[in-house]
Each structure stands twice: as structure tokens, then as C-alpha cells.
Design a protein around this ligand. Structure first.
Ligand code: SF4
Length: 319
């Protein structure tokens, strides 16, 4: 039995074959950086956003997708792909421009899904409705999904980190996505300063209650060009230990609905410009440690998923 429901299995169930993401880097910004909704960005966000693994945005969408398609297709022997608009807030563009980028990606052979990574406050009915319309006109059958950065359900932490939105915008965006049949993945960071184990459990409980489709976990890394980096250098930031991170991931998974796919347990962190990254371990080594510990204790995703659908009423159930 798998200890958790991996995203690779979720994609295989959905498409019948191995399916891989092809990252795309668009020339976009973020409303929390450019002054629209905030300045300076989230306290942990560096100049590159999440794009240290992508090709430069100077390449066209087609060039990026074709290069990655050849590379990933050959490496993993697969023909099905997701165009993954990864960096910054990809729906934060004038609608027609965004549609042009999506149209370009729909022309690439093997694309079965468009996945847009974005912030909850960059999702509207107009945008989602128009993009869905475009896809059904140009390449019907291609799915649309969102990856939304939430990071934590603790709105006090969100405020301290200058995130620029709270849980409310996330719920709103999720409802919009549901209305248009768009799947939603959610990004969380389980070791944010200010969050404790209660927040970790509540992350799992709220995402389970909201029935998101998948979740991607990150371990916070500290870059020198960020607000958290400046605090870290002044000794004002205490990071939790690796053992505590492992404990948090296991607890999170135990409370998470077993039907929610998990994209990863932590990410690769850029070594360059990082003051703190993955406790100086490789991400896969930490992942191994988590899985071994889960095995040792008989832990699995959903082990404590027993709190929804009228928990108190179960005592009246006939045995
Ligand atoms: S929302 Fe994303 S891109 Fe914008 S500042 Fe925060 S982490 Fe960076």
C-alpha cells in the first residue's frame, strides 16, 4: 500500500498513461510586488519567484514547451504533457494576452492539460470562463487546472508574511474554479515562521473540507534577497529542525483526505543565494526519511481523516 496518494498516480488515473509537466516561464509579475495590491512581495519570495528551474521568459511559449517536451519526453519515455505556467502569478495579465499564450501552448503536440500557477486574488469568473471557452474552441478535451499558492490557512501568518490575501480569497477562487469545472492544486509551506503543529493540522483539515484536488508541499528556504533573509541574518528568525519538519509532514498527511493527491513532500531549493535550504540535505533524502518514519510507525495519508460529515452523530449509528 502506498503511504500517500502520489500525483503521478493521480495523473495516470486521469490520463491512462504517464503524464509530465512542461514548465513555462511567462513575462509576468505579481500584484503583490508591482504596487497593485502590495509592494515588496511575500517575505520569502526572491526576485525569480519560483522560476529557478525554468527556461528564461525571453524564449517564446512554443520554444520553451518544445525544448522541454523533447528533453522530458525522451528522458521519461512519455507522450502526454501538461503545459505548466509556473512562475509568479500567471493569470495576472490582460485577458487577451493570457489567451494568446494559452493558444500557443495548445498547439504543442501531446498537451492534455493547461495548468496555471497563480494567486487566489488573480482568479475571476471572467478569466476562467473565457479561458475555458478558448480551450473548447481550439482543442476540446484539454483540461484546465489551477495551482494556487495559499501557503498556510493561518491568516495571521499570511498577514505577517505580507502575503496580501487571506483564506477568504482562496475560498472565493476555489468556488470560481469549481463553477467552471477546473481542478485546483494548492501550495503549502509547512514550516512558516509563526505556524505551529495546530496550523499544520488545520491546513490538512481545511483543504480536506474544501475538497481541493491536489496539494504541493514546500519546505521554506531562505533567500538572501528577501525580507526573511534580512531577518535571518540579524538572528531574528528561528527555523524549525528537520525532525520537526518530518513530524509536520507526517501529521499533515494523516489528517489529509486520502483522495487528495500529493504532488510532493518538499521541493528542491536553489543553493545559490540561499541562506537556509532543506537543512543542507537533498530533497529526496528528506523525502526518504519521511517515508521511512511513516513506515516505522504504521502511518499513512488519511489515518486521522475522521472529522467531517457529522463526526458527533456517529455514536447513534447502528453497529
Ligand atoms: S504571490 Fe508568489 S510571486 Fe507574488 S510575491 Fe508572493 S510568492 Fe512571490
Amino acid at each position: 500500500m502506498s503511504l500517500y496518494y502520489p500525483y503521478s498516480a493521480y495523473l495516470k488515473n486521469k490520463y491512462g498513461k504517464k503524464t509530465y509537466k512542461l514548465p513555462v516561464n511567462l513575462p509576468v509579475s505579481c500584484p503583490n510586488r508591482d504596487g497593485n495590491l502590495g509592494t515588496g512581495g511575500c517575505a520569502f519570495c526572491g526576485e525569480e519567484g519560483a522560476g529557478f528551474e525554468t527556461l528564461p521568459a525571453e524564449f517564446t511559449v512554443r520554444e520553451q514547451l518544445e525544448k522541454n517536451r523533447h528533453y522530458i519526453g525522451e528522458k521519461y519515455g512519455t507522450e502526454l504533457f501538461i503545459a505548466y505556467f509556473q512562475n509568479f502569478s500567471n493569470t495576472y495579465l490582460p485577458l487577451e494576452k493570457l489567451k494568446d499564450f494559452i493558444r500557443e501552448s495548445l498547439e504543442i503536440e501531446g498537451i492534455v492539460e493547461i495548468s496555471l500557477s497563480t494567486r487566489p486574488d488573480c482568479v475571476s469568473e471572467e478569466y476562467m470562463g473565457e479561458i475555458k471557452k478558448l480551450i473548447s474552441k481550439v482543442k476540446p478535451g484539454v483540461n484546465l487546472s489551477l495551482e494556487m499558492g495559499l501557503q498556510t490557512v493561518n491568516y495571521h501568518t499570511l498577514s505577517t508574511l505580507n502575503r496580501g490575501h487571506t483564506l477568504a480569497e482562496f475560498i472565493d477562487a476555489l468556488q470560481v474554479a469549481r463553477k467552471y469545472g477546473i481542478e485546483v492544486g494548492t501550495h503549502l509551506i509547512l514550516n512558516l515562521p509563526g505556524d505551529d503543529m495546530l496550523d499544520v493540522m488545520e491546513n490538512a483539515r481545511i483543504l480536506s473540507a474544501l475538497k481541493v484536488d491536489n496539494v504541493k508541499l514546500h519546505a521554506l528556504y531562505i533567500r538572501e534577497d528577501t525580507e526573511l533573509g534580512r531577518k535571518y541574518l540579524k538572528g531574528l528568525l528561528k527555523m524549525i529542525s528537520l525532525d520537526e519538519y518530518i513530524e509536520r509532514v507526517i501529521t499533515f498527511l494523516e489528517y489529509l483526505d486520502p483522495g487528495i493527491a500529493v504532488q510532493r513532500l518538499l521541493g528542491r531549493a536553489p543553493e545559490e543565494k540561499s541562506l537556509f535550504a532543506n537543512w543542507d540535505h537533498s530533497w529526496w533524502k528528506i523525502q526518504d526519511m519521511i517515508l521511512k518514519e511513516m513506515e516505522r510507525r504504521g502511518s499513512f495519508q488519511g489515518k486521522k481523516f475522521n472529522y467531517l460529515n457529522g463526526k458527533a452523530l456517529r455514536k447513534f449509528q447502528k453497529r
